[in-house]
Ligand binder design. Structure first.
Ligand code: BES
Ligand code: MN
Ligand code: MN
Length: 457
């Protein structure tokens, strides 16, 4: 393993420059104007896998963006690690809030600034480089498969059928993913859970056209006023969600487990200062760490309607819209929650408007065990390179394909993320620390080594 460290040291700049090239391609999966760029990014990933020594590299077309596959099977009797990641990124808007253009990566204060730097190009790329490093030093201890997709940020719709149709090709013993964060660079952690997601869009229609707000105002239901009221009523004074049945299936976490999760280092003043808010907010009876891990939530992601241009136009709009998401915890089900939301939201509407509720893609929550061989291997790897035992911690984000992997491929996932919550993923000025990038490349080979050893008994 010493060789690997020297090799990484000698190739640091090369790896970084390759990552910068990766970050320059605007692989925005949500925007069809970038379809060719997304395809170019798949080519880039495939090329890098080949250069790393990975075999059978293919760009698998789907009805949406392609999936990149590759493997290196050194011995059928050895365990197989399947690395999953995504090369697509979130749209960079609003552009004017970026200090430097999102697809022109810059390095400032030891951090790489670019869309996708942390989520997930930077993290997926660490795995390619880690395997390149192992192969170059004859130190790959087991088989490896890569599956890097281009539609994670839009719900992985085509990955589900791909997995079902390619069970043989994707057969493995464990799935390894770096697409989450750690508590801090000096407080390593391993993610042990992800929340699920139900994402709704609502449309409220009032009069058949926009009206003069003086001539009609006061006598006709205003869809924006009404939508605001409906949304406001979805949470009570304790910030408890009011949708009937919403909490029915929520897993009750034991007092001991809650106590343990609250022992993780967390400084509420740092939290507030970092966000420049005077006070935190959330469901009564739960701590911030609980609110962002074991409790479900409801948030408006966007709301629009009426006049939003310059100056003041007096208008009573005909329509109002909102995108509303709910983060789910075990054992809530996204279809069931979407149904409950729809029924309740429709019932909230007064006779003066019509409401139309539709569901976008969703996903199920997942919790990964901490008493498993794969968790142990990950924990040993992190302890080896960080010099501290990692803290298991459930995350608030979602990677909907993870519970599906378990269902279809019958294997557990290790969520070995190297990002930080302050990386600004999905936000302007996304960044990824050089420390995190190199630490990831250093740590991953230890996971392979310890996992293989433990698995071999
Ligand atoms: N990598 C994130 C998920 C994540 C981030 C998990 C940080 C834990 C910590 C992923 O790319 C993502 O953004 N997922 C989406 C869901 C998807 C269906 C669009 C999310 O969580 O909003
Ligand atoms: Mn991601
Ligand atoms: Mn993301």
């Amino acid at each position: 393993m010493e060789n690997l460290k020297d090799y990484l040291e000698a190739n640091k700049d090369k790896y970084l420059n390759q990552l910068l090239e990766f970050l320059k391609i605007p692989s925005i999966s949500a925007d069809s104007a970038y379809k060719n760029d997304v395809a170019r990014t798949a080519e880039f990933v495939a090329g890098n896998l080949r250069d790393a020594g990975i075999e059978n590299v293919e760009i698998c077309p789907t009805e949406g963006h392609p999936i990149v596959y590759g493997d290196k099977i050194i011995n059928k009797n050895l365990p197989t690690v399947l690395v999953y990641g995504h090369y697509d990124v979130q749209p960079p808007d609003p552009l004017d809030l970026w200090d430097s253009p999102p697809f022109e990566p810059v390095i400032k204060d030891e951090k790489i600034y670019a869309r996708g730097a942390s989520d997930d190009k930077g993290q997926a790329f660490m795995h390619i480089k880690a395997v390149e490093n192992m192969l170059a030093n004859d130190a790959l201890p087991c088989n490896v498969k890569f599956m890097i997709e281009g539609e994670e940020e839009v719900g992985s719709m085509n990955l589900y059928p791909f997995c079902e149709a390619n069970k043989e090709k994707l057969a493995c013993d464990v799935i390894l993913i770096s697409d989450t964060s750690m508590i801090a660079n000096d407080t390593p952690s391993i993610t042990t859970g992800l929340r699920g997601l139900a994402y709704m869009e609502v449309e409220v229609t009032g009069p058949n056209r926009d009206l003069h707000s003086g001539v009609y105002g006061g006598a006709v239901g205003n869809p924006v006023n009404i939508l605001s009221k409906m949304i406001a009523s979805l949470q009570d004074e304790n910030n408890h969600i009011t949708i009937p049945g919403f909490y029915d299936d929520v897993e009750v976490v034991s007092v001991e487990e809650r106590k343990a999760m609250n022992e993780a280092p967390f400084d509420v003043n740092n939290y507030k200062n970092g966000l420049e808010v005077k006070e935190i907010h959330g469901e009564k009876g739960y701590t911030t760490l609980e609110r962002t891990s074991i409790r479900p939530t409801l948030d408006v992601n966007g709301i629009w309607g009426g006049y939003i241009g310059e100056g003041a136009k007096t208008v009573l709009p005909s329509k109002a819209y909102a995108k509303i998401s709910m983060r789910l915890v075990p054992h809530q089900n996204s279809d069931k929650i979407s149904e409950l939301f729809k029924k309740h939201f429709e019932s909230l509407a007064p006779e003066s408007v019509q409401v139309n509720v539709t569901a976008h893609h969703g996903g199920e929550p997942v919790v990964t065990p901490t008493d498993s061989l794969e968790f142990k291997a990950a924990s040993m790897a992190v302890e080896k390179t960080y010099g501290k035992k990692p803290i298991p911690q459930r995350s608030g984000g979602s990677i909907p394909i993870v519970p599906f992997f378990e269902k279809v491929l019958g294997v557990k996932t290790v969520l070995l993320g190297f990002g930080l919550d302050s990386d600004n993923i999905h936000s302007p000025n996304e960044k990824y620390g050089l420390f995190n990038f190199y630490k990831g490349i250093e740590t991953i080979p230890y996971f392979f080594k310890y996992y293989t050893e433990l698995k071999q008994g």
